[in-house]
Design a protein around this ligand. Structure first.
Ligand code: OAD
Length: 251
């Protein structure tokens, strides 16, 4: 009887169109904390209602801006890990690969993935809160930012509005273009690889189920076993940085 890993390799080696759907877990081994892991997750230490909603920003822009600048500086310091690299290498084996990520970092791009859709925006792209003009803001020194010290957002040259992070907050719509592009990719794929996500945040979390309903194989990679509901769904238990290179070695 083939192992789950071997079965996943067999499916991947036949696939023509693959969507790699990623969450915070793929960047964990680079040193970026996830959101919902019990002890280390950001939402175990910080209250998302005070940091990740439009209301929170209006109530206390310095708190929210300082926290995101701390995270932006952290992203600037870390490197892609073997999980990101393996995902980028998939392009050598499969004709069409699209990465659909919930992550706001740029580690997939830095690892070499060429088609990456960011469903939750990008932490590297702050913009004016009032007029949406993109703003170039030099990275702050991580040591001075601590674990998210308060910081006044710079003001927009055009309208004097405050800078806001380029990420999607709870209660906001996903970037139209990324979502409109992701949907057909998932509908057409023959395999969706879901890596390092708790599947807790919708609408992104519905994509693996959509792929399954369209007849694709769905392969989950997560240290926590993922409950599967179909013969076409596989759960590979382990860290992205270990499992994904083994998948690539088998191709
Ligand atoms: P979560 O923190 O909810 O889930 C991270 C998942 O990664 C968990 O299932 C972990 O078991 C798994 N994990 C941890 N370490 C891993 C590793 N080394 N390799 C593979 N998997 C690992 O993060 P997301 O599912 O990405 O939203 O969260 C979804 C959204 O909720 C985020 O995009 C963010 C957050 O609020 C916004 O920013 C809008």
């Amino acid at each position: 009887m083939p192992t789950q890993l071997q079965t996943a390799i067999d499916h991947l080696s036949r696939a023509q169109r693959v969507v790699v759907f990623t969450g915070a877990g793929v960047s964990a081994e680079s040193g970026i904390p996830t959101f919902r892991d019990d002890l280390t997750g950001l939402w175990a230490r910080f209250d998302p209602q005070r940091l990740a909603t439009p209301e929170a920003f209006l109530a206390d822009p310095e708190l929210v801006w300082g926290w995101y600048e701390w995270r932006r500086a952290r992203v600037g310091q870390v490197q892609p890990n073997p999980g990101h690299t393996a995902i980028a290498q998939l392009e050598r084996h499969v004709p069409q690969v699209c990465v659909v990520t919930q992550n706001v970092d740029d580690l997939h791009e830095r690892a070499g993935s060429t088609r990456v859709l960011h469903l939750h925006g990008s932490i590297q792209s702050p913009r004016c809160h009032d007029c949406a003009r993109p703003m170039q803001i030099p990275l702050a020194d991580l040591d001075q930012l601590g674990d998210g010290q308060r910081m006044a957002p710079p003001r927009c040259e055009d309208c004097d509005g405050p800078a806001r992070p380029g990420v999607v907050w709870f209660g906001e719509s996903l970037p139209e273009q990324a979502w409109q592009s992701a949907w057909p990719e998932v509908q057409k794929c023959d395999l969706l690889l879901s890596v390092g996500t708790s599947g807790a945040v919708y609408p992104a979390a519905q994509l693996p189920q959509l792929a399954l309903e369209q007849g694709a194989v769905v392969v989950h990679v997560n240290p926590d076993p993922i409950a599967v509901s179909s013969e076409r769904e596989l759960s590979l238990v382990g860290r992205a940085g270990e499992i994904l290179p083994r998948l690539m070695e088998g191709l």
